[in-house]
Design a protein around this ligand. Structure first.
Ligand code: URA
Ligand code: SF4
Length: 217
């Protein structure tokens, strides 16, 4: 007997993305109801991108963390604070950037209720499922430059063979649907917070972000 795939097996945000969204608000509203993969079940809410539609630079992270999940905004926790400081240091106004994540729901493990929720890396399948939201954001914002923060964002934007260590601090250029795209990959700001030598890791992030700042001039 032929079986049809249940929606929960589909693993794609595609059916939830409005076909011809003219504004980010429209996308954000639709994304609030996304059930394109199982991650929406345990998370508090969809954390959509934030920033102006005419932003020149788009920053793409991995997924919301604990704070982001509670507040509904990307990069408001410790990694976001570090990122804002680093951006300001290279002369990119964080308030003028569009900030988003490859995956829009927080994935975590929790030993028991009321215990701390521990971030869990999204799978390639989940990242791919969420990809239509990122594509829709890119199509509307059309940033001059995309800063790719870490491996998950890199795989989402540049394919599964992406390696941060190889690509970081370089300007990658390509054409997507006839639209030129420039990307500068770097490490994820959370990796700086976890590094044994935080100062060295931070300097590395700054040096990559300088490449991005120069490319914007
Ligand atoms: N880490 C991310 O990748 N994104 C956030 O929004 C917060 C932390
Ligand atoms: Fe939809 Fe992405 Fe959330 Fe999965 S993670 S439910 S695809 S918004």
């Amino acid at each position: 007997m032929a079986t049809t795939k249940a929606p929960e097996d589909a693993y794609t945000a595609e059916p939830f993305v409005p076909g011809k969204a003219g504004a980010l608000a429209e996308l954000r509203e639709a994304a609030a109801g996304c059930r394109g993969c199982p991650l929406h079940r345990a998370a508090t809410q969809t954390v959509f991108g934030a920033g102006a539609q005419d932003a020149r630079v788009m920053l793409v992270g991995e997924q919301p963390g604990d704070q982001e999940d509670r507040q509904g905004r990307p990069f408001v926790g410790p990694a976001g604070k570090l990122l804002d400081r680093a951006l300001a240091e290279v002369g990119i106004d964080p308030g003028e950037a569009y900030v988003t994540n490859a995956v829009k729901h927080f994935k975590f493990t929790q030993a028991e209720p009321r215990k701390r929720r521990i971030h869990k890396q999204p799978t390639l399948r989940e990242t791919t499922a969420c990809g239509p939201w990122l594509a829709a954001e890119l199509a509307l914002v059309e940033p001059e430059l995309i800063v790719v923060l870490g491996a998950t964002a890199g795989k989402a934007l540049l394919g599964s063979s992406f390696r941060v260590t190889q690509a970081r601090g370089t300007v990658l250029e390509r054409e997507i649907h006839g639209r030129p795209e420039r990307l500068v990959p770097t490490v994820h700001p959370s990796s700086v917070l976890r590094a044994d030598d935080r100062e060295a890791a931070y300097r590395g992030l700054i040096s990559d972000l300088r490449v991005a700042a120069d490319a914007l001039e």
